[in-house]
Design a protein around this ligand. Sequence first.
Ligand code: NAI
Ligand code: MG
Length: 361
Amino acid sequence: MWAEKRSYRIAAIPADGIGPDVVGAGLRVLEAVAARDEDLSFEITHYDWGSDYYKIHGEMMPADGLDQLKAHDAILFGAVGSKDVPDHITLWGLRLQICQGFDQYANIRPTRILPGIPTPLHGKGVGDLDWVIVRENSEGEYSGHGGRVHRGLPEEVATEVAIFTRTGVTRIMRYAFRLAQARPRKFLTVVTKSNAQRHGMVMWDEIAAEVAQDFPDVTWDKMLVDAMTVRMTRYPESLDTIVATNLHADILSDLAGALAGSLGVAPTANIDPERRFPSMFEPIHGSAFDIAGKGIANPVATFWTVCQMLEHLGEIESAARLMKAIEDVCASGTMTPDVGGQATTQIVTDAVIQAIRTSNA
Ligand code: NAI
Ligand code: MG
């Protein structure tokens, strides 16, 4: 019997600052992953979109950008952000266009303390913190609904309206319950602020209870977002899968990243669960002007998001092999300065590639 060949089309958008460093490292690692499986290959399309492109063309990506991306199985994204282009242009012009245009409504942020990486949590280490945060990625507080009138006058009014739809909340809740069900602990925490916000947040609670009936094997509890920060820092082992609104999860996941050691190790995936469009994989961090061009960007967040990409593509064995390689290299102390090491991006990348080559997993 011939094994079936699997080939995936990946769009790479490194963009700004350290984006090209970490995406370049991620693609080298992806090549090493493919080399371990003779039936697996990746076809990469490189896009030069970002702030430099904007300075020449007046837009972050061409008007038919989404059409060009559509034909791919996944997108690997670096970071946007440049000192001489305003942040709302770089963010809305590229990353958010892709997230919204492809209805990537589930933003998935795994967080774990990796071996060898110091956590600011006293007395805690590997195994004490193992979470996946599910962030609603299409509506809520970031729906862009609102406006300003009487600008500059004393009576100026600004509104920023959070939009919650039954469809939007139900689909993210179902995703979160399914994910919780697939993890060993089968445990979900639903975060809201339904004591003070009595419309949208109360609907979240109600929909959680409705969806829960379809997942009798998943245990779940509710937290108010303010109390959640305390639980995350004091009792990290009491949490597993977490679902929250766009804004709440944005804030909680930065806290999660810090508790796990550094933004440089925190990955994220923007998923279209219905697979109508390619999903997008990226490190959480930005373009990091302060270390751009120095060759010391931590590539671990990008490697981890490549794992998420492999899982999404159904390449479970390769994903596990890569995650093991990342953990082994961190444990060996080959790390960049942001997590207390002395290695460069290239040294860490070479070590992970070597670990993939020699792993017997
Ligand atoms: P940042 O995430 O770029 O950097 C924050 C701090 O973390 C810096 O000290 C940086 O050196 C460090 N850091 C980040 N990633 C690292 C890595 N891989 N290895 C080692 N250290 C790392 O956030 P900042 O400085 O607030 O924003 C810089 C630019 O990035 C801004 O223009 C911002 O709008 C943009 N940004 C873009 C994001 C994206 O593309 N998804 C997300 C966050 C910010
Ligand atoms: Mg954020």
